[in-house]
Design a protein around this ligand. Sequence first.
Ligand SMILES: [Zn+2]
Length: 390
Amino acid sequence: MTKSLLSLLAPAVLAGSLFVSPARADEPALLLVDGHNDLFIRYMDCPSCPRGLDAYDIRNRTDGDTDIPRLREGGVGAILLNVFSSDKTTKGTLGAFDFLRHLELKYRDHFEVAATAADVRRIHGAGRIALIPTMEGAGRLENDPLMVRTLQRLGLRAVTLAYQTNDLADGANATPRHNGLSDLGRAIVAEMNDSGILVDLSHVSTKVMHDVLDVTKAPVIFSHSSARSLVNVERNVPDDVLKRVAKNSGIVMVSLVPYFTSQAHADWVKREEVLSNQIGQDFEAKRITQAEGDRLWTEWHAANPEPKVSVSAVADHIEHIRTIAGIDHVGIGSDFDGMPNKITGLEDTSKFPNLFAELRRRGWNAEELQKLAGENFLRVMEDAEKISRK
Ligand SMILES: [Zn+2]
């Protein structure tokens, strides 16, 4: 919208109340970067996995959350793609990056692996979707700076330091082993800074968040986490860390995971876990049969339906992070194909426009939406590139 037009409009219109979805015709298209996608699970970690590219062709609608038609419908410009294989050896890691290149080749009209933020913009400009390779958990780095540098050359651009506690760092939901980041973890963070690989603090303990922010030379990312002061789970980011992320020039990419988004859902998941453990133990100890376990499970779910979580609840997390850290430090990181439950209205990769519609309804302007959608992440990526060249 131009300035002259803006000045003619009444305040209620400026607040966005008359402009809902879809995007206004005079708004530039959003470059949407999704901070976390687990499509590889469909090839590497499913009942019939591992399977090849042809066995799960994403040109067609899949039974998962991600495929090309729905990525296009959702206006996705780039995805941080979790690259892994079911084989945990070095050869398995190399195989996962080989698989990524085959994925890129098979769908070359739609995908291209991006090495830099400039690449992401170029690929988006050419009408393709940029794939930014990440790893969820640093296990495949094998505690070795050599692997950091080598995987960087294969395309790796971000790593979650600990999916569960490892030799580098304590995980979010695990018994701490290092009281935060280990000395080895500090060395790997330094190597990642030098290599231009983003340090991803989703899945690490709160102490690790602080420890990394103490030592990192480059901005950090949280690829899929929400605000802990709204939902008290370890995977979310507390306000004091949000303030430090702003100083670090980093970004928190708000997840679309229901139990990070709604306290009622988080509490429900906790109770479901207790039930699941109880049934498991009773079955192991032969106190109940499989059929009895199934019946208990079904009865519990009938009596305790999953709480619904709305698009608006996600917008609340985004706005909280904007309030505490600022508009330059918030993004979106879905976790599609990596979560069993869904937010109503944000069930798959086609649904992102519902979130932008909600934010427009709340008065977000085009510049703010662009920052949230992708500009903030691309700034972080550019900063990391500059620091690595130094
Ligand atoms: Zn995750």
